[in-house]
Design a protein around this ligand. Structure first.
Ligand code: F6P
Length: 352
């Protein structure tokens, strides 16, 4: 078999671990020829495909390295028009690919699903995102690393907040899901955690900060980039035309700072953690999970189970049809135990 491997969407710690595991399994178990497609679906668009052979040696020594040796793109959209679809179809045919392993988030899985339908490209999906928002997957690799990075940032912010008696706002990534903000906020001992799933009430935040001005004299607020105040609109950093995910969020921490400052004696400062959360080496947990995902993807390929995406559900690695995860995002349910726990131990979630 000749198998293509690509990484799509925003990069994420653990991608190289998946590339390594899927390639080694395919070579060792199936004697496959593996081709790395460069820069996500972009490598299949254009007049000629952009690929590099993935040999055993090529994928050795990359387990612990952040980013992706294949490059990625979160703006390439092969479904954009008939011309790009024809390019992909021709390039897949020229390369003689039997199946493409697409490692990516919901956007990448949606594109893979779309290409399977439009040009008959066979796919096996591997879920990837620091946002942890892919349907049917309780933990995606990269998330643990991002939580660790954001948690460390929160702890560092706390000592300076405490010294200056400030209200410090720390903005995490996560798009429309608050998993990263919630877990980092809990692990980093934030006093207030604001999530996309729960519109916040400004007066409640003012009241908590004022009460803390009297006693602790500093407050840490962890806010997910997709959070918004009741009645206000989402803070969009930029719009990328033709991208499968056109709205790029970011900056809500600064918006909150401006809204809060007039009501408080303490100085209010905001830090946007940004891409520091996506970079760096994966944690041991993510290395193991990514290796399991890559290995399982190879099993799907070798058993001809195309059109499926690897999953982690109830602690077990399995798979679902890509169709069931395309164009969906997994948000935090209102009755999630972590929300109940946070409220019970006195963390403010932005509501009275
Ligand atoms: O989906 C991963 C993610 O890091 C989101 O948390 C964030 O909103 C987005 O990608 C940022 O994308 P970009 O790198 O294009 O700014």
């Amino acid at each position: 078999m000749r198998v293509g491997v690509l990484t799509g969407g925003g990069d994420c710690p653990g991608l190289n671990a998946v590339i390594r595991a899927v390639t080694k399994s395919l070579i060792r178990q199936g004697g496959c020829e593996v081709l790395g497609i460069q820069d996500g679906f972009e490598g299949l668009m254009g007049d000629a495909p952009r690929v590099k052979p993935l040999s055993w040696d090529e994928v050795s020594g990359i387990l612990h390295i952040g980013g992706t040796i294949l490059g990625t793109s979160n703006s390439a959209n092969p479904l954009k028009n008939a011309e790009t679809l024809a390019q992909v179809k021709r390039n897949v045919h020229t390369l003689g690919l039997d199946v493409v392993v697409s490692i990516g988030g919901d956007g990448t899985q949606s594109l893979a699903y779309g290409l399977a339908n439009a040009v008959g490209m066979q796919c096996v999906g591997v879920p990837k995102t620091i946002d942890n928002d892919i349907a049917n997957c309780e933990r995606s690799f990269g998330f643990d690393t991002a939580v660790a990075t954001a948690t460390e940032a929160l702890r560092r912010i706390e000592s300076t907040a405490n010294s200056h008696h400030r209200v410090m706002i720390v903005e995490t990534m996560g798009r429309n899901a608050g998993w990263l903000a919630l877990e980092a906020g809990v692990a980093g001992a934030a006093d207030i955690i604001l999530l996309p799933e729960i519109d916040y009430d400004l007066q409640t935040i003012i009241d908590v900060c004022k009460a803390r001005e009297q006693r602790q004299r500093y407050t840490i607020i962890c806010i997910g980039e997709g959070a918004k105040e009741s009645g206000q609109s989402l803070t969009v950093r930029e719009r990328v035309e033709h991208s499968p995910d056109p709205l790029r969020l970011g900056g809500v921490g600064h918006v909150l700072r401006e809204r809060l400052q007039p009501h408080l004696k303490s100085e209010v400062r905001a830090t946007v953690l940004g891409h520091v959360q996506r970079g760096g080496d994966p944690t041991p947990f993510d290395r193991v999970l990514a290796t399991q995902f890559g290995h399982h993807a190879a099993q799907l390929v070798l058993s001809g189970q195309f059109g499926r995406m690897v999953t982690l559900q109830n602690g077990a690695i399995g798979s679902v049809e890509i169709a069931t995860v395309a164009n969906t995002q997994r948000q935090i349910a209102a009755d999630h135990p972590l929300l109940t726990m946070a409220r019970d131990i006195g963390i403010c979630l932005g509501q009275p």
